[in-house]
Design a protein around this ligand. Sequence first.
Ligand SMILES: O=C(O)C(=O)C[C@]1(C(=O)O)C=C[C@@H](O)C=C1
Length: 338
Amino acid sequence: MVNVAFLAPLGTYTHQAALQQFPEDKHTTFTPVDSISKCFQELMTNKELDFAVVPLENSTNGQVVFTYDILRDLMNNSDTYQENEAVPMLEIVAEQYVSIDLCLIASKPLNLNSLTKETKLEIHSHPQVWGQAANYLKLLEQKVSALHKIDASSTSAAVRLCCEMEGEEQGGVISLAVGSSIAAKAHNGFVLDSRINDKKGNTTRFLILKRRNSQGPPLEARPFSPLANDQMVSILTFVVKQDSPGSLVDVLNVLKEHRINMCSITSRPYHFPKDDRIQLTPENEEGRWRKWQYIFFVEVTHDNRLDWAPVLKGIRSNSMRFCFWGTLHRNGRYYDIT
Ligand SMILES: O=C(O)C(=O)C[C@]1(C(=O)O)C=C[C@@H](O)C=C1
């Protein structure tokens, strides 16, 4: 039996990612969880769960910052450290790509041409969506007297909320939601307009996580998803030595020396943990409470024969703190161009 946590309710894009990764059969249970952070939390604490699926980045508006910041905090607060290497409870074991065709959804049929300068609109969705349909929503705003965007915990939760209101909104306000046609179907909503995303081919990338060293079921490769040539991806996070010229280059040079191809680097704000488990050098101790520090997220590709031991040794001695999040098969959809 496999039990998979995903962002609730049924009909989220995360749910679609989970269905792409795991077979929908009698051996799989899909467990809806209220927020991205609870997906992580539940996987760590509820031993009945085997995997969690979380969004990582979108091809139009980039990082899902909730996920990046949780990975950062898990590295910082890890109970286990091997020297300056954090070994958090979770690891990343697979990736999925879901095509995000956004739809404008209502609880009952509505002709969009009937909107006038008297109409007030309230649009519900997950915050990650606003930057993916910005042009469409701007045009819609010009047709009406006011358009308010309201954040929901997921696109499908937004659709559910909008459909539950059944047009009973106060003060002549019309409530709509942005989500998938699957969410519209799940909550008996009506799709007023589809493909409202600014960019054709809008895609979100998801990670599949499990507890490290768990005795749970193995991750079975689904047909067609991994690349035929077995390209592998590894994900690392690290903090560099402060005020030390070339400290970022020193870490990246370790990858170069081992002929490892870096395919992405990104950063998020970083704060040192209050109860730090690692000993800092005097100069880094001094800069500990300073603002404007960063954690780097790096992804590399390599073949499945790579020996990570000497690479991690180099990263260990050139970084302040780091974490190796796991190695996974590159999903063939990474290369989709539509
Ligand atoms: O709300 C959803 O349906 C989700 O699965 C979350 C999420 C995200 O956080 O990026 C996933 C894909 C879309 O980009 C919008 C929202």
